[in-house]
Ligand binder design. Structure first.
Ligand code: IPD
Ligand code: CA
Ligand code: CA
Length: 273
């Protein structure tokens, strides 16, 4: 199947998944649990992952899938083969609290490169798409990243891991960004943060996340003209498009300066007032 047809399939599946999410919110009958002791998961996360996997299997039988709830442990190093990368609900905490920043994220990777991505936000009525080398769109209209050149005018998105003991080192980064940029947003969906970078609402996004959180959104941001990279070198053997540690995605002109600021914060080299 051609990438364009794959994208159309992924969009149709993401929209069906979005309808299921909206219905579940309206009926308010879902159960909530903690996985690994600290990560919220609802029945709806699992049901939507099952729906997406069933639909992909029906159209493209046997194609490998990495998905947060059903198949999170697949080796991402085996991506000479094709791989679907799925987050059924990005923004589970928002979903459970009745907030609107919730998305279905589906990407398809082959030979280590993300070829297509869809991020569908059912409560916002926004469907973001991208095809490798061909551009990015929101509701079928082309989108473009910010061209800002001044760090002090940057609105920066980020997020924090569920593990509480991983959070304190990130406070230095947060302080640095609050001091040198316009402000910070923590909207609770990495996929939508990346789409907000893609359409210039945010000037930058940084975080460490899992492949399903960012695979589709990163392609959308890059195809919209954002610069995407990592604060530190990536380990060999893992495709960079699936390596989620220390991501920095931003308006191209401020990428280097913001990267330096975040690394200096990590090294505790900044004097903050
Ligand atoms: C989370 C969201 C959040 C990010 C977390 C992710 P989930 O995904 O993307 O914005 O800060 O790191 O785990 O759990 O809602 O799918
Ligand atoms: Ca997620
Ligand atoms: Ca999720």
């Amino acid at each position: 199947m051609l990438p364009q047809q794959r994208l159309e399939l992924a969009v149709a599946i993401a929209r069906e998944a979005g309808e299921r999410i909206v219905e579940a919110r309206q009926s308010r009958t879902f159960n909530q649990q903690l996985k690994k002791g600290h990560e919220l998961v609802t029945d709806v996360d699992v049901a939507v992952d099952t729906l997406i996997s069933d639909r992909l299997e029906a159209s493209l039988p046997g194609e490998p899938r990495l998905s947060e709830e059903l198949a999170p442990d697949r080796e991402v190093t085996h991506t000479a083969e094709a791989l679907w990368v799925i987050d059924p609900i990005d923004g589970t905490v928002n979903f459970a609290h009745g907030l609107h920043h919730v998305a279905v994220s589906i990407a398809w990777v082959s030979e280590g490169k993300t070829r297509l991505g869809v991020v569908h936000a059912p409560f916002l009525g926004e469907t973001y798409t991208a095809l490798y080398g061909q551009g990015a769109w929101c509701n079928d209209k082309p989108i473009h990243a910010s061209r800002t050149t001044r760090l002090e005018r940057c609105l920066v998105g980020t997020g924090f891991p569920y593990r509480r003991d991983s959070r304190p080192p990130l406070m230095r980064r947060l302080m640095a960004v609050l001091e040198h940029c316009q402000d910070v947003r923590r909207n609770g969906s990495a996929a939508l943060d990346l789409c907000d970078v893609a359409c210039g609402r945010l000037d930058a996004y940084y975080e460490s996340v899992s492949p399903w959180d960012f695979a589709a959104g990163l392609l959308i941001a890059r195809e919209a003209g954002a610069r995407a990279g990592h604060l530190y070198p990536c380990p060999s053997g893992i495709p960079e498009d699936l390596y989620g540690e220390n991501l920095l995605v931003s308006a191209p002109e401020i990428h280097a300066e913001l990267g330096e600021l975040l690394r200096a914060a990590d090294a505790n080299e900044l004097r903050l007032s």
